[in-house]
Design a protein around this ligand. Structure first.
Ligand code: AMP
Ligand code: MG
Length: 337
């Protein structure tokens, strides 16, 4: 398949992409979280094309992207808590799971009776949804299991030749996928941490429940089907190191052919490895933005036997960085205490 590459130059430059979506095709587009791979959410055959291009298991549902949350009731059974959360955080990096209306195709929701709704704030994503005139179903625009794409180059690497078009809209602001919450009556269940943080959400509803799968390996039936699949993984084995500066430097000192994802402050202290920083130790926003780029850079090196990463803080968006990192590592964590 020949993939049309669209460099964003104002709203009109998106008309060919909107035409593709209207005609049942699939388009990769930037959002404020990561790039998405989208198609008409009301067209089951567009959903099939998304699953095929990504190699995604068909029981892992897609998120439905809307232009306005005021339209959410058309697609799902909304509640007062939904509108409180939507007023506070939409448009923005959050997906809310609600009971779906019956006309949403099963292929979009992986056969579930719920649908994940998101209203992105990125202006290119918003213009594309508006021009297409339909809700856009989209997971991240990467090959299933690999780190999510946070730049045009990442999407091009994974999907050129497999999708109808890719929109080049620069790099993503947050770099980790949307926060996912499921609402039941007045309680909020956090299924995936993101830039809308636990601290922000705890001001809403009657209680916030963090799903155990967010912070640890979970073998039961997950609430978000995506939780059971291996995610974000580089090809080289990855281990997260949990310890003080001294303990980490000493652990790494006699290792050969390793890559290390660390913080800016560590750079002068690790000399025998291929080292990349994902930001300053306290700058969790930059760490989120850089994490998938770091994992992809490490994957580009064929000379590394093992990759190590330092344990991030779990505060604020740090919880999302921690969650993606332990999943990328297949829960391989060495505690150096
Ligand atoms: P991605 O952004 O690529 O990770 O894909 C969308 C994510 O949203 C996956 O982790 C899905 O499991 C999750 N998701 C989408 N719709 C639902 C839903 N109705 N219930 C639970 N999780 C969902
Ligand atoms: Mg994904």
């Amino acid at each position: 398949m020949k993939t049309l590459i669209i460099r964003y130059e104002g709203k009109d430059s998106l008309i060919p992409a909107a035409e593709i979506i209207k005609n049942g095709g699939i388009v990769a587009f930037p959002t404020e979280t990561v790039y998405g791979l989208g198609g008409n959410a009301l067209d089951p055959s567009a959903a099939s094309k998304i699953y095929a291009a990504k190699g995604r298991p068909s029981d892992n549902p897609l998120i439905v992207h809307l232009h306005k949350y005021e339209n959410a009731g058309v697609y799902a059974h909304t509640t007062p808590l939904f509108f409180e959360i939507a007023d506070a955080f939409m448009p923005g990096p959050i997906t809310v799971i609600l009971k779906k209306r019956s006309f949403i195709p099963d292929s979009v929701t992986g056969g579930l009776d719920t649908v994940g709704l998101r209203v992105p704030s990125n202006h290119i994503a918003r213009e594309l949804i508006e021009l297409s005139g339909v809700p856009i179903a989209a997971p991240s625009a990467n090959i299933s299991g690999k780190p999510s794409p946070t730049s045009f180059d990442h999407v091009y690497h994974d999907l050129n030749g497999k999708v109808d078009a890719i929109i080049d809209g620069g790099s993503c602001d947050f770099g980790v996928e949307s926060t996912i919450v499921k609402l039941e009556d007045k309680t909020i269940q956090l299924l995936r941490p993101g830039a809308v943080t636990v601290e922000m959400l705890s001001l809403f509803g009657d209680g916030l429940y963090v799903d155990p799968a967010v912070t640890e390996k979970f073998d039961g039936t997950p609430l978000a089907p995506g939780m059971k699949y291996r995610h974000y993984a580089p090809s080289t084995p990855l281990t997260v190191l949990d310890g003080s500066d001294k303990e980490v430097y000493s652990y790494l000192s006699d290792r050969e052919d390793v890559g290390v994802i660390c913080f800016d402050e560590d750079l002068p202290h690790i000399n025998n490895a291929y080292v990349i920083s994902c930001g300053s130790v306290s700058d969790t926003l930059t760490q989120a933005k850089m994490l998938f780029e770091c994992l992809r850079k490490m994957d580009g090196r064929t000379d590394l036997k093992h990759i190590y990463a330092r344990m991030p803080s779990k505060i604020g968006i740090g919880l999302a960085v921690f969650n993606r990192l332990i999943k990328a590592a297949g829960f391989s964590v060495v505690t150096l205490k």
